[in-house]
Design a protein around this ligand. Sequence first.
Ligand code: ARG
Ligand code: ASP
Length: 717
Amino acid sequence: MRKTISFLFLLALCSTRCFAVEGMWLPQLLQALNEKDMKKAGMKISAADIYSINKSSLKDAIVSLGGFCTAEVISDKGLILTNHHCGFDAIQNHSSLTSNYIKDGFWAYNKDQELTNPGLTASFVIRIEEVTKAVLEGVTAAMNERERQSQADKNINGLKSTAKKEAWQDILIRPMFDGNKYFLFVTETYKDVRLVGAPPAAIGNFGKDTDNWMWPRHTGDFSMFRIYMGKDGRPAEYAADNVPYQPKRALKISLRGLKPGDFTMVMGFPGRTNEYLYSKAVQQIMDVLDPAKIGIREKALHILDGFMRRDEGIKIQYAAKYASIENAYKKWKGEVLGLKSKDAVGRKKAVESAFEKIVLSKSEQNIGYVNLLKNLEQAYTAIEPYAYARDYYNEISQKIEVFAIASQLSNLPRAIQKNGEGAFPALLAQAQAAADAFFKEYNATVDQKLMEVLMAMYVKDQPAANVSPYYKNLLAQHDNDHAKVAAALFSQSRLISPERVKTLLQGDAKTVSAAIMNDPALQLAADMQQAYLTNAGTKLAELQTNLNRLQRTYMQAQMDVFSSKTFYPDANSTLRLTYGNVKPYTPRDGVQYDCYTYLDGVMEKYKPGDYEFDVPAKLIELYNKKDFGAYGANGRQPVCFIASNHTTGGNSGSPALDANGNLVGLNFDRVWEGTMSDINYDPDICRNIMVDIRYVLFIVDKFAGAKNLIAEMTIVK
Ligand code: ARG
Ligand code: ASP
């Protein structure tokens, strides 16, 4: 920082670090922006070893798995490693009562035993280029947002058709820095991805919801797949005679382990962050939006938990739903906690006052920014009630499950209206299939209780004008008693059991369409949606358009005004690299957490027969014999570790690499106190959690005996 700026601003931007820990960097810019800093942090390789278009580099081993997780290539036969929770759908789909791979794990001891997963894809990034000029060609300041977008879309389409690529490759163009810059990605997507291995959930998801988002952690959160390609070496749809993918690069594995202070980096596809918000936006998330969502989920989880504890069948049916509702719920709670404890709003305000000072002192250059903060303040104040209505409506309507099947079945009358009755038999089959899938994980008693409790919140916690008139009417008819409304609706609706749906789907196209549209559950869902759109949604969209423009200006303004700071774009599911050090942390006064956990900790948490903390007998046996093979360290088996890498959702399954670029771990979570890193990264308490590669290989080798897989890997001494 050569500029003479306020002490507070220095404090806000630089914190305690000697190199920049915060950041999710674009790999093609590492050489220009980060290489020096990374070497200072301990990196031994060069930026060109990570990203190069002239030779194979680490980026060639990084996979976007299905667009929702990251994976990495670990053998020259296309073997890839990701998290257990990333592979969970595939594992679940192949599971049955007789071969329960969730409970028992799954291992392919030869390629014939691998299992296909239609729809699962693996994508590589071939090349990244900045295309801002071409995308914004013809865009003028006088254009409104819609005009700007349509001009940009036209340019993007042009670029997509002219950019250099092979026939089997794709072009993606993504806005960065809130639309101030654009980058082009040439990608290659493989569509034959087979399941190779997964530990039992008692290892892969050890600690479940209780340990989720927490440190110390003892989860072996990994699974393995293999990418296949056509015989011509190109991406291909599934075919029995496809051959294992030959990668440009497979990661080498180091069993040396890291120690506190060691350099580490994580490469992957982080989903979404908001690091450049105005203070009022942060305060809104912390005080209004997160608490609203937390409150709704708390009630929903409480209901589910009650039923799941009483009924084993419901427990199985609702396990995945519960985990997914709980995952975001717990994250938001940690986020609020961290934003408060680190005074994120105060810090943003300090940055804003420094911003204001510089803007006013150099008003000719920054004339356009003079009223910016005031406008942001106004825009966020104006949008607050509408944003709250959006979150309230979304959360509640998504938790009442019958609304989901109502929405799916409403496709049938809509499609018939649009395309005529010819498609009726096909639509009927589709509707039946949707219902079959839905009822596998559905219990009407649970859902009726959800409706009763959540609709009471829907009415109580919102202005009366936002409430659906249809529901108000039902309430008036039933003594203002939500329980009676829910009971009446569930006794009348034909969407709440497979038997009733069967009768609903009987008759000709007109009869079936009318029966669906007139169902009271569908009527309620539709009216709630209408009430939301009329009273909030439409206005919200208009305010949001204005805010997007302001936020884009504010992003550019921050880059102009703080010109000596190096900026990274918010995460948007594109390939990024983040680096830091293995590092302990102090979540609160008097408490310090270590960097590593060991198998001893698994045994400390062990509760025989428990849903979350049971341990497989074979693992106990290996532990008692201390049979850790090459994977132990000083007589103990390392399990997980933490570092200061800046990660988010989507980074799950990302490789943790050491200073030489060797694989040392697998990213899967963050610590609870630091989940606010999506909004305000703090080097003191933000840590990513990784499973040590030595635990992964110990399980593959010693627990599962899958030496065939170990033999494929390259382990560096
Ligand atoms: N919290 C991690 C993430 O956001 C892991 C979630 C999966 N594990 C679980 N117990 N639900 O995805
Ligand atoms: N668990 C997250 C994921 O699935 C990672 C995170 O949010 O830190 O991507």
